[in-house]
Design a protein around this ligand. Structure first.
Ligand SMILES: Cc1cc2nc3c(=O)[nH]c(=O)nc-3n(C[C@H](O)[C@H](O)[C@H](O)COP(=O)(O)OP(=O)(O)OC[C@H]3O[C@@H](n4cnc5c(N)ncnc54)[C@H](O)[C@@H]3O)c2cc1C
Length: 494
């Protein structure tokens, strides 16, 4: 029997598999596709996902594979009628080290995650389709079909990260309410285009339609978007060439080759449940979004990041309260993401002037789990930062050596922060514990000196406040009582 069978090796399944593998969980990840996905699809990585990638250990590769996005110019003929960026890049702050959306094609992001999984000893099994499964009190029995070969696999848990048409969700009979609007469609294509430079994106309006041609980060390709062709038999390259020539009025731009394309339909849906016993839904299997706002992949990655440590802890004896928290936490997050992308889609439909602009609401940094059964804040006067919130970054020193809180959080462990004085009760050795002091205050072992006050400023904590930070970087407990901290730890992890 293996521990976890992950069905689907898109960004969600790969993130989950990495989170499980790093904790020594016996995981298999299968995908029915014969080869790895090769399209740009989700090319916007949100700031919160950058933090997840830093924790997983892929941030350097992600940074090396993308950029901050291009300036876009909207043309009428030769005249530039609008110029700007989806988001204006801003400088990092002590609490937010990656404040900008980073653009990387989805096929690169997936490759980087696969490489990380390989470092952790895992690999994706291609051409392997989940065709059926049943579950009982001890585990799940799954049927995998590879070519003509049928295999039966026993796993303690099964996760359906198998996309919007999820076999797992359908097999469980979980309703997927929402709407598909066949009148709101768009053709997205990755293409080699000659005759234009790679230094900015272009939009050419043409009556009610038009075409956009935007460089695809880290590649020689462009993402070309246009209305889908009326004649579905017309070769896509020929159709796009016609659109570009007619919209731009230029005959010197050549669409040479289309490497991937899809016709997107406005499809907005949220599954009624994300869990049935030992089977979970994650990513597009549980929620599908319009691409406006770049929420789909980012939300799926956060699902995998949320679920991985919980399954791993449960496998080593942690109580079910952890797994019970997955659905309420991630369903609320998916709802928020759907509201964001739907509101932006409406702006596009209305043709609002600012429809292309993306604000901080898409970044995922303010997403919180305050309502979760895992979030307990028993202070009589809670501060601005509470249990369930993202634990911010901040600089400090230990024994005179500069460190960042994110360096201390990185890895599969929980972190304990005690403000002012160390806790009065001994802690579980599995916790990494630090005491936060002001400059000049007595500093013992594992004391973080908050030289510039950034920790206090962003954590809004008093002397005596204790905080437990979860492995996924959210604050689980805020209390003034050491006994309460021990009780929380026992209830959640032992
Ligand atoms: C044009 C476009 C632009 C987008 N832009 C953005 C963006 O900017 N930002 C963003 O966050 N999101 C964006 N998205 C959405 C994003 O691409 C998806 O949300 C994301 O791919 C979901 O990842 P996933 O891993 O959950 O599912 P998928 O990527 O769909 O992966 C599911 C995998 O499961 C496999 N599978 C399915 N059934 C089975 C089975 N029975 N057995 C085995 N394997 C199976 C499939 O082969 C597939 O590889 C965009 C989408 C589109 C179409």
């Amino acid at each position: 029997m293996i521990d976890v069978l992950v069905v689907g090796a898109g960004p969600t399944g790969l993130t989950l598999a990495c989170e499980l593998a790093v904790r020594g969980v016996r995981v298999r990840i299968v995908d029915r596709a014969a080869s790895f996905f090769g399209g740009s699809r989700a090319d916007g990585i949100q700031p919160r996902t950058m933090e997840v990638f830093a924790d997983i250990g892929v941030l350097d590769s992600i940074l090396a594979s993308g950029d901050l996005g291009m300036v876009i110019r909207a043309y009428k003929g030769d005249e530039v009628v609008w110029k700007g960026q989806m988001t204006e890049p801003v400088e990092p702050t002590p609490s937010v080290p990656y404040p900008n959306i980073w653009f990387v094609p989805q096929f690169r992001t997936e490759k980087i995650l696969r490489e990380r999984l390989a470092e952790l000893g895992g690999r994706v099994e291609l051409s392997t389709e989940l065709t059926d499964f049943t579950q009982d009190v001890d585990g799940v029995t799954a049927t995998l079909t590879t070519g003509g070969t049928v295999e039966t696999v026993r796993a303690r848990y099964l996760v359906g990260a198998d996309g919007g048409r999820s076999t797992v969700r359908r097999r469980l009979g979980i309703p997927f309410p929402g709407e598909t609007d066949e009148t709101t469609t768009m053709l997205f294509a990755d293409a080699r285009v000659d005759g234009i430079s790679h230094d900015h994106g272009r939009i050419w309006q043409n009556g009610d339609g038009g075409v956009s041609v935007v460089p695809l980060a880290g590649t020689e390709l462009f993402v070309v978007t246009a209305r889908p062709p009326a004649d579905e038999h017309e070769p896509i390259r020929d159709y796009l060439q016609r659109q570009v020539t007619e919209s731009s009025g230029r005959t010197d731009i050549l669409v040479r080759e289309v490497t991937w394309h899809t016709t997107w339909r406005a499809n907005t849906r949220l599954a009624e449940r994300f869990r049935e016993g030992r089977v979970f839904l994650a990513g597009d299997a549980g929620h599908v979004h319009p691409p406006t706002g770049g929420q789909g992949m980012n939300t799926g990655i956060q699902d995998g990041y949320n679920l991985g440590w919980k399954i791993a802890a449960t496998l080593t004896g942690a109580p079910d309260v952890l797994l019970d928290s997955y659905e309420p936490e991630r369903m609320a997050a998916a709802r928020t993401a759907l509201d964001i992308s739907t509101a932006l889609l409406e702006k596009h439909r209305r043709g609002d002037d600012d429809a292309h602009i993306r604000g901080p609401e898409v970044h995922g940094l303010t997403l919180h789990y305050r309502g979760s059964p895992l979030s307990i804040d028993d202070r009589t006067e809670p501060g601005a930062l509470r249990a369930g919130d993202r634990a911010p970054d901040a600089p400090a020193t230990i024994d005179g050596t500069p460190v960042r809180l994110f360096d201390l959080f990185r890895g599969p462990h929980w972190t304990f922060l005690a403000f002012g004085t160390p806790p009065s009760e001994p802690l579980d050795p599995a916790l990494r514990a630090y005491t936060v002091v002001r400059p000049g205050e007595p500093a013992g072992e594992n004391t973080l000196v908050d030289n510039d006050g950034h920790i206090r400023a962003s954590y809004d904590a008093n002397d005596g406040t204790l905080m437990l930070i979860r492995p996924d970087g959210y604050i689980g407990l805020v209390t003034d009582s050491s006994r309460r901290a021990t009780e929380y730890w026992t209830a959640v992890m032992s």
